[in-house]
Design a binder for this molecule. Structure first.
Ligand code: NAD
Length: 246
């Protein structure tokens, strides 16, 4: 599954799932632009990619800030070339009872998890359209299927991202650019460890009796990024160990 040096942006790649996606796409020979608001995490991912023989640059970017996105896209193009693959993975997932969500927090979650992918897709889609080839992969959440207690803001943002993925898949279906999504179930990352759940006890309730690994999500993304997935758009690879089906 060679990506032949194509340029991939992975947002939120300074930790967890994004880091695993960056490493996996680099193994598949993409050149990786690691975007994260956390400079240290981004630099560590770049180190890991390079240690594995890959090519990476680390950029410190707030993926909810339009000017920062534009500047980082320019830097990515200048250093690596036109963007062919975009993985919108950066996200925050606070737990807040609905009546305690203040308007600023609601806006913040929407801005990072939904408006950011909207802005970044608009920014790099022209590269993909010019090449007649592109892959946009959005990391949504199984919580869109199940709901999630005290996450009205978060599930709204991920539901919006799911809708955007399908709408753009249709609008650009004849362009050579595909839009798909990977909703993770429970994946062992710093985000999940910060959630108010007993991970070990919870894992026993899952069909596979374990939570997932970041590499499980990365494998689904690698397939969707590959040439082999060229007839797949607007689709979902639910990667949740069988917790939700259909
Ligand atoms: P994580 O917290 O380990 O990593 C998220 C990364 O996003 C961090 O490096 C963080 O610095 C970065 N980030 C946050 N805000 C940012 C911003 N404004 N600009 C740029 N970077 C920003 O979390 P994770 O578990 O790896 O989650 C990755 C994605 O997967 C998220 O979108 C999350 O909602 C989704 N997800 C995770 C799980 C899970 O169980 N871990 C389940 C469903 C969905």
């Amino acid at each position: 599954r060679s990506l032949n040096g194509k340029v991939a942006i992975v947002t939120g790649a300074g930790s967890g799932i994004g880091r695993a996606i960056a490493i996996r796409l680099a193994e598949d020979t993409a050149k990786i632009a690691i975007w994260d608001i956390n400079a240290e995490g981004a630099a560590e991912t770049a180190r890991l990619v390079e240690a594995a023989g890959g090519t990476a640059i680390a950029l410190t970017v707030d993926c909810s800030d339009k000017a920062a996105i534009q500047a980082a896209a320019e830097e990515t193009r200048a250093k690596l070339g036109p963007v062919a693959i975009l993985v919108n993975n950066a996200g925050i997932a606070p737990f807040t009872p609905f009546m305690d969500i203040d308007d600023d927090l609601f806006d913040k979650v929407i801005h990072i998890n939904l408006r950011g992918p909207y802005l970044l897709t608009k920014e790099v889609l022209p590269d993909m359209l010019a090449a007649g080839w592109g892959r946009v992969i959005n990391i949504t959440s199984s919580s869109v299927q199940s709901g999630s207690f005290a996450q009205g803001h978060y599930v709204s943002s991920k539901g919006g991202l799911m809708g955007m993925t399908k709408a753009l898949a249709l609008e650009f279906a004849a362009s050579g650019v595909t839009f798909n999504m990977v909703p993770p179930g429970f994946i062992d990352t710093p985000m999940m460890r910060a959630a108010p759940i007993d991970v070990e006890a919870f894992a026993k309730t899952l069909p596979m009796k374990r939570v997932g690994k970041p590499e499980d999500i990365a494998a689904a993304c690698a397939y969707l990024a590959s040439e082999e997935a060229s007839y797949i758009t607007g689709q979902t690879i639910s990667t949740n160990g069988g917790r939700y089906m259909g």
